[in-house]
Design a protein around this ligand. Structure first.
Ligand code: AMP
Length: 292
C-alpha cells in the first residue's frame, strides 16, 4: 500500500485501521512484532515483510516492551526506549500500520490466562529464564488475534523463540505462515541487538569473539570434531575474556531443540547456540550447520 503510515496506540484504533485496509481488498497482512529500540536487524525484518506483502498487501509492525517476557525487573527497567526513532524507521521501511500500545492497553489488571509451551521452552534460554517463553507466547498470540495476519516474521537471532512460535502456530491452529529471517550482524560479526548499547567499550570490543568462536566451532565440527568438543572449545574461548560468564553453549537439532550428544560427530542439520553474560548484559547468538 502506498498511503502514509498510520501509528495507533489502542486496540480500537488498530481495528479501525485494519478495517479500512480490508475495504481496499488487501490480500496479505504481514506482522512484525518487536519490543522497540529498533535497529538494522529489525529493519531487515520490516523490509522482508514489505516484500512478502507486495503492492496489494499491508505490513503491520508492533512496538511493545512486553513486561510478561522479562524475568528480571532490572532488565526491563534498563531496556532502551526510542519511540520517535522507531516511528521514523518504520516509515522508512514501508510499514503501513504501526501499533504502539502501552502495558495497560495490552493487559487487564486481573488477567488470568497463560499460553505455555511445555517442552521446547525448558532448554537453552528457557532453562535460565523461567517464564520468558510463556510471556512471548502470550503476547504473540494476543497480537495474532488482534491483527489476524496472513504472515508473521521473526528473526533467527532468537532461534528458540522462532521454533517455539512455530510449535504454537501448529498446535493452536493459527492460520498464519511464519517466516524466519537471517541474523543481521555488525561488520565485526556481533549480532545486532537492542542490548548491545549497554556494553562497556571493552565488552563491546570483546563481544564479536562470540560469533568468531561459533564460526570456528562450526568449521571444526564439519572437519570431524564432536559436538561436545566444539561446545567445550567455545566455552573455553569465551572464558578467557574479562567479565564474561557463559550461560550455555549447546549443539541441538534445529527443529526440536533436542541436544546432540557430546560424543556425536557429523550429525546434521544442527544448531550451535550460546548465551553469554558480558557483565550483566546477556547476549545470545547461534549458527546453523546444514548438510551440504
Ligand atoms: P525484539 O525487539 O528483540 O523482540 O526483536 C523483534 C524481532 O526482531 C525478533 O523476531 C528478533 O528475532 C528480531 N531480531 C532482533 N535482532 C535481530 C538481528 N540482529 N537479526 C535478525 N533479526 C533480529
Amino acid at each position: 500500500m502506498l498511503a502514509a503510515m498510520r501509528r495507533v496506540e489502542t486496540k480500537r484504533e488498530l481495528r479501525a485501521a485494519l478495517a479500512m485496509n480490508a475495504q481496499k481488498g488487501v490480500r496479505r497482512r504481514v506482522l512484525v512484532p518487536t519490543m522497540g529500540a529498533l535497529h538494522a536487524g529489525h529493519a531487515a525484518l520490516l523490509r522482508q515483510a514489505r516484500e512478502i506483502a507486495g503492492d496489494d498487501g499491508i505490513v503491520v509492525a508492533s512496538v511493545f516492551l512486553n513486561p510478561t517476557q522479562f524475568n528480571s525487573a532490572g532488565d526491563l527497567a534498563s531496556y532502551p526506549r526510542t519511540p520517535d526513532d522507531d516511528t521514523s524507521l518504520c516509515e522508512t521501511c514501508g510499514v503501513d500500520i504501526l501499533f504502539m500500545p502501552d502495558a495497560a492497553e495490552m493487559y487487564m489488571p486481573d488477567r488470568s490466562m497463560n499460553v505455555e509451551e511445555t517442552q521446547l521452552s525448558r532448554v537453552l534460554c528457557g532453562a535460565s529464564r523461567p517464564g520468558h517463553f510463556a510471556g512471548v507466547c502470550l503476547v504473540v498470540s494476543k497480537l495474532f488475534n488482534m491483527v489476524q495476519p496472513t504472515d508473521a516474521i521473526f528473526g533467527k537471532k532468537d532461534y528458540q523463540q522462532l521454533v517455539i512460535l512455530r510449535r504454537m502456530v501448529r498446535d493452536l491452529d493459527f492460520p498464519i505462515q511464519l517466516h524466519g529471517a537471517p541474523i543481521v550482524r555488525e561488520p565485526d560479526g556481533l549480532a545486532i541487538s537492542s542490548r548491545n548499547v549497554r556494553l562497556s567499550s571493552q565488552q563491546r570490543a570483546e563481544a564479536p569473539g562470540l560469533y568468531a568462536a561459533l564460526n570456528k566451532a562450526r568449521k571444526a565440527y564439519l572437519e570431524g570434531a564432536s559436538a561436545g568438543e566444539v561446545c567445550a572449545e567455545v566455552r573455553r574461548e569465551m572464558e578467557t575474556l574479562s567479565e564474561v560468564r557463559v550461560d550455555y553453549v549447546q549443539m541441538v537439532h534445529p527443529d526440536n531443540l533436542q541436544e546432540i550428544g557430546g560424543g556425536e560427530k557429523g550429525v546434521q542439520p544442527a544448531l550451535l547456540a550460546a548465551a553469554v553474560y558480558f557483565g550483566d548484559v546477556r547476549l545470545i547468538d547461534n549458527i546453523e550447520i546444514f548438510a551440504e
